[in-house]
Design a protein around this ligand. Structure first.
Ligand SMILES: [Ca+2]
Ligand SMILES: [Ca+2]
Length: 248
């Protein structure tokens, strides 16, 4: 009985340990792939194919009265994208995952954050061959001015978008699993700054009140618990059976 008890206890401990491993991935360190704060006043690393940008004020700013497009090579499709955006009346689009660049000022194959003072909204679009699909939107208390964005996306396509520290959007999309460019489409009086892009999830996903991160399948929680309960009941049953047996 003692041997059996030890064996069952060991099995339970190993089982619970493995279960914890499956639901709690080890914390990831920030692994920055590229970043730009424009504090050198030069747009090195950027290609501008339409309009004009300036970095004179240590941001990347659309500085003429027309639409401008600039892009930077970026191969991150899962990880963390952080940046500050200055939104004027007409707005700015940030295609932070872009597989292919189409003609000037056309959103092609990309995930895109568009923020517009005129629309008073922040939109998350998936563009597919000129067709935009809105995956999320958010109305901030104030639209004009600077906003801080943190976007995470994991290997199963789960997006979380924090805007000024508030979780503003969350959804899963798996259309694109690779990226080639980070693209800015800016109107007059818009800017971007403090871009930091890493290939790790640097912001923990939100948790529900009972501490279980959303997105974990229920069976991952319920099944192991059921196994543990059944095992404990079995151990008790064997123990009680032996105890009762010994009395006869
Ligand atoms: Ca620079
Ligand atoms: Ca700056």
């Amino acid at each position: 009985m003692v041997q059996l008890g030890k064996r069952v206890t060991l099995t339970l401990v190993v089982g619970v340990f493995l279960w914890c491993l499956t639901i709690q991935p080890p914390p990831c360190r920030a692994a920055t792939v590229w970043s730009d704060n424009f504090n050198d006043g030069i747009l090195d690393g950027w290609t501008v194919d339409t309009g004009e940008f300036s970095a004179d004020d240590d941001t990347m700013r659309g500085n003429i009265g027309m639409s401008s497009r600039g892009y930077h090579s970026s191969n991150v499709a899962t990880g963390t994208w952080s940046f500050d955006v200055y939104c004027g009346y007409l707005g700015i689009g940030v295609q932070f995952i872009s597989v292919e660049i189409g003609g000037p000022l056309i959103e092609y194959y990309s995930y895109d954050i568009t923020i517009s003072g005129r629309m008073e909204q922040i939109y998350f679009f998936r563009h597919w061959n000129f067709v935009p699909t809105r995956l999320g939107n958010y109305t901030p208390p104030t639209i004009l001015g600077w906003h801080h964005f943190d976007i995470t996306r994991d290997a199963v396509g789960q997006f979380y978008v924090w805007i000024n520290g508030t979780l503003a959007m969350q959804f899963i999309d798996t259309t694109y699993d690779s990226s080639n460019y980070f693209v800015i489409q800016a109107e007059l009086d818009t800017a971007i700054d403090n871009i930091v892009i890493s290939n790790t999830i640097d912001i923990p996903p939100p948790t529900t009140p009972d501490g279980i991160p959303p997105g974990i399948p229920l069976e991952l929680v319920i099944l192991p618990m059921a196994v543990i309960v059944v095992a404990v009941v079995l151990v008790l049953a064997v123990y009680l059976h032996r105890k009762t047996g010994n009395k006869h």
